[in-house]
Design a protein around this ligand. Sequence first.
Ligand code: IPM
Ligand code: MN
Length: 372
Amino acid sequence: MNLKIALLPGDGIGPEVLEQAVKCLQAVEETFNHNFTYKEALVGAIAIEKKRNPLPNTTLELCKEADAVLFGAIGDPKYDNDPEAKIRPEQGLLRLRKELELFANIRPVKIFPSLIHNSPLKKDIISKTDFIIYRELTGGIYFGEKKINAEGTVASDLCEYSEKEISRIAHLAFKAAKNRRNKLTLVDKANVLESSRLWRKVVTKIGESYPEVVLDFLFVDNAAMQIILNPRQFDVILTENMFGDIISDEGSVIGGSIGLLASASVGDENALFEPIHGSYPQAKGKDIANPIASILSAAMLLEHFGLFEEAMAVREAVDKSLEKSVVTPDLNAKSQYGTGQVGDFIAHNIVDSEDDINMNDENIGLGKSTII
Ligand code: IPM
Ligand code: MN
């Protein structure tokens, strides 16, 4: 298959982790005879620095022409600590989501058995967790009218949803539930918010066309509690933009590291793949950032194009790195493996998954170089 992939490394650890995902895609090309082409463009704080625009037009055009976008991370403390900043890196990502109409953000939360001890939560609570969050991505409070009065003392952000915006993602979520364990939970705040009551009405109606899927509802405050009390109860969670942002970070605690969670943002015409973690500026350039979320985002890209065997090869190589503890220090404080070495190890195992010849288990255990 030929695929044109736009690479948007962005800020902080974005470039380092994205580089590892590209290594893995190149390993897939080599192993399965595909031809992917990569073109890089600026986004975020680096784009503001170089082009005074967090989403330069050339970047947007490249993304529109590409079959898929692979995204690193966005954000810089310089802007986080300056509430007066008029141009912000995040605006680049938000505009990109809007322009490409990436209305559904899909975030799987699955426990890796080999990492179960990494989570701060008890093993019997989190074992066998396997759910997926469908977060609406181009509406709600993120994109509603923003106001601040002349004195700068009163501000508001409007949370607005239309039936159309709700129904297009609801259909995707119901279809996903049909292919999984037939359960869909709508997370909202319908006891307080009018927009949430519209979500309930629209989703309930759509549910009639998916009789095999059991639909239930949870208020977001209760959902926040249930996700860490009893995560196994969830199969597909459907929710609006901001609730999805918050509960997906919460979901990352289950797996023990936010450096593991991948996501796909899809619309009718475009698709973008990115780790859910942010730019982690403290780790920038230190070769300690976990590349797995970015690599698993590349696996989601492959799946999106029906390359299931290829995606599986990537996931299996990731599993191997976890089992052999060829991981970054967030997963094993004693590990001496850097971002690049973990990426090399995973890419190598995609090319030849049976090839254990050059691997020295003893060295792996000591956190020393193996094949790398
Ligand atoms: C995410 C991020 C973004 C969001 C930020 C960087 C704008 O937190 O993708 O979850 O809030 O959507
Ligand atoms: Mn977030």
